[in-house]
Design a protein around this ligand. Structure first.
Ligand code: CP
Ligand code: NVA
Length: 295
């Protein structure tokens, strides 16, 4: 693996070996405390973040390296410097680049001009670090069976569908008709056990995990009223969880909006593993950084 822009570019073996490395990062973190000594990661953000920023920065520190927070609006990028020039300059200083951007084409452009590994920390189209973490979290619990996603068919759902496809995990995605996953993603998982429906109950039937994401993604604030209306009937509540397997877990990438995509009862209840997911972001990304920079 030389970068992580899109799960589509990974093999099943690469994902499995990332999970094995993550097991080691979790069980014997001290063993890796100097693994990336003197390495630097620049973290370019065009959107807000809590988990991605903290987990990458803490992860680099725990590996003996250093992470630099780089806010797009406060840099020359915000004044029109091309992403290609920025990428070339960053590559002269840093050992790796992580970026959270709006348009997916921007990270493709960034990676095209970089001579160091580039990691996608979320675009409007994909969120690969999240999906790898989500499936690792299920793998740890021996629940890699059937994942149901109920919500918006955008970045988080796209990467989850692709990750499930790569690992032969069944995936059921329920979205309102106007928010179905992008055709490109649906075509890529055409041969996998991935089903798209508009019925949340059909999606969760027999699921080992029920997953949702915010209804209004970053950058969509002006569409808020319209989106909330479209999602009526798609909340993950007690009734929907009861339609999944008895031992099903509830998952969410966070941040969450109680009373919108999920009821407080579900996200704060015994089936919820959302904070294990958040914690695992750091372990999986440490394994990713180690794989990209050290191996
Ligand atoms: N799930 C996730 O990426 O969280 P942040 O937006 O807080 O980074
Ligand atoms: N779909 C959400 C994910 C947040 C981690 C967004 O893009 O805002």
């Amino acid at each position: 693996m030389h970068q992580l822009i899109d799960i589509h570019d990974l093999t099943r073996e690469e994902i499995e070996s990332l999970f094995e490395c993550t097991d080691q990062m979790k069980s014997t973190p001290v063993k890796f405390s100097s693994a990336l000594k003197n390495n630097t990661l620049v973290m370019l953000f065009a959107k807000p973040s809590t988990r991605t920023r903290l987990s990458f920065e803490t992860g680099m520190t725990e590996l003996g390296g250093h992470a630099i927070f780089f806010e797009m609006g406060e840099s020359q990028l915000g004044r029109g410097e091309p992403i290609s020039d920025t990428s070339k300059v960053m590559s002269r200083y840093e050992d790796a680049i992580m970026a959270r951007l709006f348009d997916h084409e921007e990270i493709v452009e960034l990676a095209k001009h970089a001579t160091v590994p580039v990691i996608n920390g979320l675009t409007d189209f994909l969120h690969p670090c999240q999906a790898l973490t989500d499936l690792y979290t299920l793998y740890e619990r021996d629940l890699l069976d059937t994942v149901a996603f109920v919500g918006d068919g955008n970045n988080v759902a796209h990467s989850l569908m692709q990750a499930c496809g790569k690992l032969d995990v069944s995936c059921r995605v329920a979205t309102p008709p106007e928010m179905e996953p992008d055709e490109t993603i649906q075509n890529r998982v055409r041969d996998a056990d991935v089903v798209v429906t508009n019925d949340p109950y059909e999606a969760v039937d027999g699921a080992s995990a029920v997953y949702t994401d915010v209804w209004v993604s970053m950058g969509e604030e002006e569409q808020r009223e319209e989106k909330l209306a479209a999602f009526e009937g798609y909340q993950v509540d007690r009734d929907l969880m009861d339609a999944a397997r008895d031992d099903a877990v509830f998952m969410h990438c966070l941040p969450a909006h109680r009373g919108e995509e999920v009821s407080a009862e579900v996200i704060d209840g015994p089936q919820s593993i959302v904070f294990d997911q958040a914690e695992n972001r750091m372990h999986v990304q440490k394994a990713l950084l180690y794989t990209l920079l050290e191996e």
